[in-house]
Design a protein around this ligand. Sequence first.
Ligand code: HEM
Length: 527
Amino acid sequence: MSVNTTSPIAHGLEQIRQRIDGDFLAKTAEFTQQVTWWQWTITAIVLCLTYDQVMYQVRKGPIAGPAFKIWPIIGPFLESLDPKFEEYVAKWDSGALSCVSIFHKFVVIASSRDLARKILSSPKYVRPCVVDAAYKILRPTNWVFLDGKAHSDYRRSLNGLFVTKALEIYIKVQEKYMDIYLDRFVNYDGPREFFPEFRELLCALSLRTFCGDYILEEQIAEIADNYYRITAALELVNFPIIIPFTKTWYGKKLAHDTMKIFEKCAEMSKKHINENDGAPACVLDEWIFLMKQAKAHKLGDSEVTEEEQKLLVREFSNKEISEAIFTFLFASQDASSSLACWLFQIVADRPDIAEKVRAEQLAVRNNDPSVPLTLGLIDKMNYTRNVVKEVLRYRPPVLMVPYLVKQPFPITNDYTIPKGTMVVPTLYPALHDPEVYEEPDSVIPERWDTATTEMENRNWLVFGTGPHKCLGKNYVVMMFTSMLGKYLMNADLVHHKTELSEKIKVFATIFPKDDLIMEWHRRDPLA
Ligand code: HEM
């Protein structure tokens, strides 16, 4: 027999509770039967939207940015498909740190010089992010995505390809192709858009520098054509998955085909250097030659410098070499084409600059225009080099460099960038800082005659800074100085100005909005 030990009060309370529970369950069941599927759907959507807005507010903290996401979830995704320079400027002007949120991605933009430098020099907190599609297009195994020591070790083995000694080797092939394209430009009938012309010229110059004669004329033409679609696939924000026959799908396929071509070139170069004991004539040759030298040194066969020895981190496969060469093309193609457009537009519009460049070109050659290019000769072209530096400052091809935050990053005293954020240091504002560059919106090559450390180093962020700073910096300045000198000496450039000539079009880098309409006429260098 069981004994009921519960007091009458407790018993009464228990009965009330059971009645309430029963009522509640019954009411809940009744409610769920009445709620239709679309009411559930709306509830789920409202919860998602609220979560999206709340997370945006939490991540945004005190920095500049819209008070809430005007377009829920997608944010300014549609605007990012057609980026406008003026919108970027407005964003930079809105605060040293500002933000947007697109789909799941929270993006912080740093527009002051010091914050940009801090981000670029903080590998503990950030690593390059490029754009989402880049991992798929450049392949996840690509060296540019390496981080920390793995990156610096790999990069050490590439540095040797762009030191002075190596650059000297590439000048011959570059001059040959500069001449070929000069002939082509001066033989065109009437004005035409030079944006596509410069893209092709730069693609040919890069590919000949990287792959020498291993690459065929028709392969260069194919890559130059395809490259446009690869760039188009690398927008700042892409749809998260690759859908067949879309821009990203074509980009990935064409990048793969291009790397296959480079793989074959690497194979030929290995044969030339290792089996036939050939002399290096291009970047591929130089890389393989340096590996060979360093290996021989390891085996005690030959005298090589300590730098060369460092190159043999290990043997690089043809696939790895092809991926690295692709990154050189990827890094150089758009930025160099952008520089070519602004540089030749500006010197065509500024006869005072063109005249000084021409005078210097004859002076360094002792009035003999046929003197071939050498590193020593290019070194003497101070004014011409200053024009290149000034145009890079005035119209920096790379406006911003996206990085990914690896761990919470205390960027200022009152703001920590959350992990997983895309953080974008911008380079343009530092290059147009009126406190460092007087009249920042004018092209004044002479300012470089008396450049301060701030002008030369702290603010001149054209090629970035920190562990990922541009590998091609010296190469770019050298090649453009020699090309500008040669072309101005041998051609008169006529720019057909339109009201869009000074307007900036953003297509990965920046270009004149009218695609630069010019005509070139052969000129007597001694005239
Ligand atoms: C006008 C032409 C160019 C400009 C304005 C430019 C600018 C830049 C900038 C801003 C970066 C990012 C730096 C950073 O994250 O701090 C970069 C990286 C890089 N650039 Fe350039 N670049 C140019 C041409 C070239 C050329 C011709 C090459 C190769 C031959 C090249 C190779 C690279 C590579 C490999 C990186 C990534 C380095 C790394 O992650 O370690 N660039 N460049």
